[in-house]
Design a protein around this ligand. Structure first.
Ligand code: SAM
Length: 189
């Protein structure tokens, strides 16, 4: 299937591609249908490792099926748990890249979505788990069923991050109407 290079997923993946090398440990904080899990496991390769979180069993099932269609991937642990517990699964300073794709699965139940409080806890833990030079990719959605609370809370949190330790780069679809997604990259310096 042909991908649209202007889609937000392609935008943040173009950055992630420059960050991950074979053998790395990566985390997909919002597994969903597993497309980011697959992407991370392709980059980390058989000598790497991916931890993938979701709170819906259906996400684990569809991700497992997707991964089975591919080869030469990093081993993936599919975890039925909130990303707010990610610090129980990895050691501080060991992770190269963490991906958050916030909100709900468009094809699923829109009421099962990420929330400001748990997202911020997960970001705090994720920053501890990252190694120096690693990054978090965070894609924020708003409007419609997502509302604005999570977007506003997360942006406030990011604004307060210590600028000596972290570089936060926000992109925006400047001329796109309504409430376009906001891709963010947080680098641990
Ligand atoms: N990246 C996914 C993909 O490629 O298909 C799409 C992710 S979707 C926008 C958001 C996902 O986050 C949903 O599957 C939802 O169940 C999950 N989610 C919501 N709250 C969560 C939490 N606290 N911990 C982990 N996953 C969560």
């Amino acid at each position: 299937k042909k991908t649209n290079p202007y889609q937000v997923t392609e935008w943040y993946r173009s950055v992630i591609r420059t960050q991950i090398k074979p053998g790395d440990l990566c985390i997909d904080a919002t597994m969903g249908n597993g497309r980011d899990t697959l992407f991370l496991s392709q980059l980390a390769g058989p000598s790497g490792c991916v931890l993938a979180f979701d709170i819906q069993q259906a996400a684990l099932d569809s991700t497992k099926a997707l991964l089975q269609e591919h080869e030469h991937l990093a081993p993936v642990q599919l975890l039925l748990d909130s990303h707010a517990h990610m610090s129980s699964y990895a050691d501080p300073g060991t992770v190269s890249c963490i991906v958050f794709n916030l909100g709900y699965l468009p094809s699923g139940d829109h009421s099962i979505a990420t929330h400001k409080e748990s997202t911020i806890v997960a970001l705090e833990q994720g920053l501890e788990l990252l190694k120096t030079g690693g990054c978090i990719s965070l894609c924020i959605y708003s409007g419609g069923d997502s509302g604005f609370e999570e977007r506003d809370g997360v942006l406030d949190y990011l604004k307060g991050l210590d600028s000596k330790k972290y570089l936060v780069v926000l992109s925006c679809y400047y001329n796109r109407p309504n409430h376009p997604p906001i891709p963010v990259i947080i680098y641990k310096m």
